[in-house]
Every structure is written in C-alpha cells, then in structure tokens.
Design a protein around this ligand. Sequence first.
Ligand SMILES: NC(=O)c1ccc[n+]([C@@H]2O[C@H](COP(=O)([O-])OP(=O)(O)OC[C@H]3O[C@@H](n4cnc5c(N)ncnc54)[C@H](O)[C@@H]3O)[C@@H](O)[C@H]2O)c1
Length: 446
Amino acid sequence: MSSNISCSCSQQTNFNLVQVNGAWTRQSESDHLTEGKSSDAKIYENWSEHGLSWTVVSPIVFTYRVIQCRNLLHPQNETLLWGHLGNGQPKGCVGNSKPVRRFVVIDETVDQLYGSRVTHYFESRNVVFKILPLPTNEENKSMTLVTRILEEVHQFGVDRRSEPIIAIGGGVCLDVVGLAASLYRRRTPYIRVPTTLLSYVDASVGAKTGVNFAGGKNKLGSYVPPVATFLDCSFFQTIPQRQISNGMAEMLKMALVKHRGLFELLEAEGRNLLENKLQPQNVSQHEDGATAAVRISIETMLEELVPNLWEDDLDRLVDFGHLVSPELEMRVLPALLHGEAVNIDMSFMVYVAHHMGLLTAEDRGRIIQCMLGLNLPVWHRECTLALVQKSLRERLKHSAGSLRMPLPTGLGRAEIFHDMIEDNLLFQAHQRWTDDLSSFVNNKTS
Ligand SMILES: NC(=O)c1ccc[n+]([C@@H]2O[C@H](COP(=O)([O-])OP(=O)(O)OC[C@H]3O[C@@H](n4cnc5c(N)ncnc54)[C@H](O)[C@@H]3O)[C@@H](O)[C@H]2O)c1
C-alpha cells in the first residue's frame, strides 16, 4: 500500500507509529520520520463518501523456548525455574529481596510419582510455591477444571510479568493449564512440562490450548504458546507401554507426512524403542535411535507449526490422522487414547490413498506393519463408513469450502487434497480396510 492514495471517491493515508517522549504518534509514510522508537504496526486511514475508517495492522510476535534436558527436577538444574528466560535476561531486579514464587498445576498421577521431587526442588531453592494436583484426564477436560485452576491462581496471586504458571503432566494437563493461563488477566505466561510421550512430541511444542465442550473435542481454546517447554524424557519411564505406543502414533504421523528416515527408523527399531520406553541408550558417540526419533519428531513438528501458529493456513500436513479421529475418540471415550484414535484414522487414510492410486500396495503394507509393530490399533468397529462420511462433511463445513485432506503420496511424503472423495471410493476403501484389518482388533480397542 502506498501513502496518500486518492481517487474521486476515497483518500487513504498510511501511517507509521513512532514513540516520542513516551507518546506514540502517527507519522504519514510520506513525512520525514521523527527520531524515536518505531513500531511495526501501521494505521491505514481512509476517507470515503461513507466517512472515515482506520485499518490497523499490528504484528504480534511470540517467542518461546523448547528445551530438551536431563534431570529437570534435580535441585541443581536451574531450567525449571529460569529456563524460560533468554540469555542475558535478568532473573529479577538487582537487589530485589522479593522471594521467587511459582504456581504449579500437576496431573494427580504425576503428583503421586514425582510430587515429592517437585516439592523438594522448590524447597531447596527457597521458592514460595503452591502445587495443585488435579485429575487431568480426557473425561474431565472441561471449563470446570479451568475455573478451578483460575480460582486457586487468583488466591495464590501471580505476578504476570515474572511468575509463569507451571503445568506438569500429559496433554490434558498442558491444554487445560494453557487455557487457564491465557484467560487469567488476559494472558499470563505459562510453562509446559510434558510427562507423556504424546504430550512431549505434540501438545507441548505448539500454541494450542483447549478443553472439550458441548460433546466436541477441544471446542473451546486459544492459540497462546507457553513461554517455554521443558522436555525431559526420563518421565516416560513411569508411563505404561500403551501410553508409549500412543505417543509413537504422533511420531509416526510426522514420519509418514514428511520424513522417510524417521519412518524407516520406526519400521526397523520401533518395537525396541517401545520396549525401552524411548530411553537414550548412550552406548556410543553416535546419536542412538531413541534420541534421533524424538529429536526428528520435535524438529519436524516445529517446522510445520511455527510458520502457522494460529492455523490461519488451513492446509496443514499435521492434520493427517485428525479428520475422523476426533469424532471417533469422543464417541468411544474413554476406550481409545488420542494417539490410538489418530492411528486408526491414519490406517484408514492409507487405504484411501492406495485406492486413489497415491500409494503402492507395498508401501501401504509397510505402513500397516509398522503400526502393528508399535502395538497400535489399525481398525475399530466404531470407525464406520457413516462416521467417516460425517467427519469429512464436518471438515468441509469448517475448512472454507474445501476438504483440505492430507494423504500420503509415498513413504515420508504427503499432499493436501481439496476435493471431496467420491462415496464409491470411500466405500471400497472402507470395505477393503475392514476385510484386511478387522481381525487385528485386540481387547483394548474393541
Ligand atoms: N495442544 C495441542 O497441540 C495438542 C496436541 C496433541 C494432543 N493434545 C491433547 O493431549 C491430550 C492427550 O494427551 P496425553 O496422551 O498425554 O493424555 P493425558 O494427559 O490424559 O495423560 C495420559 C495419562 O497418563 C498419566 N501420566 C502422565 N504422565 C505420566 C507419567 N510420567 N507416569 C505415569 N503416568 C503418567 C496421566 O495421569 C493420564 O492418566 C488430548 O486431550 C489431546 O487433545 C493437544
């Protein structure tokens, strides 16, 4: 846009903003700029026969840190307390005698396992703290929990400039606390400490917060990233193997849509990684399989999320496995874990991709074998053709008139498809999927 554009019916002036002596002032782009602090924001002023209007463009920048570390709860490790600060950022005012304060929300089960270490950590660092253990599971991922947190935060009192709220737990805990923090005093900083594999590789690295509402998954939420995420994979040691498989579904998703190397790693070593709960082996100088698999999952996820933090662009490869699964997960709750529902969706979509001629039978077979190797469900009786069609119709309704369906086009490659899939093709793919895979159902997913 150029400044002072005029025509017979309207005139537009473009303004930059400059701060002089504490006050922000508009300066027309055509004027000589005054010395002072300038902003990236712009105001476009328009006079027309309808009157005066202003269009505001105000870029908002989020900066957050994702830090992988060991021994996060060791009192000598500063990360939990100060890792959110960038290099050189002060930990407080010099000479400030105010005690350091932290409000922590922790998943109830995680509290039983690690609560005493969290307490010890803060006590040994003379922090004034409050730990709030909550039953953060999918069934009660609701505004009730958010309100409960807000009441407790309010009672404790946090300084929203310097006292980030800390969430320690799985994806539910991180999502619920993130939403509470984004509401408290409009936006209070928060920190994510994921303790499940799924939340480590997925829920912790983006900006989304949320709770279930009106029977819909994550129907209420916000796009407000944490100030920091601290990743310590030693938490995985206490999660059941089913939860590891659950997280590996999201890793497999990233492998299928964009990283063949990760797919081949999961194909070759997946079972082993699952059994060792993705603990680093440290046997040689080289990066071991677990460390590489987790690192690539995080890096590929960051690559996809960061340029599109607010999901303005609806063409998202990371939506693979997330078209039918939300409906399925909510319908059978609590029978399927999030990653299990995602995997069933991906397994079906692999069949759809094959029927569309995008994927060879051999690649389809390798993907399904890899899923089975990770102990993931590949079929579910509630994932009916009717449910698939309903989910795709919903998707169409909420995706600006285009399906935007990510589908694999090879191993480690995917594309977004915009047109509605023909009923006949869906029917055939579903039939074949059921014929091939319904016998793999085990008790946990039936
Ligand atoms: N915000 C996002 O971008 C995003 C992305 C993916 C998933 N999610 C959300 O994440 C949720 C699923 O996350 P989840 O799979 O972590 O489920 P979860 O939070 O329900 O945790 C699973 C279970 O593991 C237990 N647990 C957690 N850590 C443990 C540990 N170290 N040892 C033993 N038990 C432990 C919990 O008590 C819980 O029972 C879903 O609600 C999903 O919508 C959000």
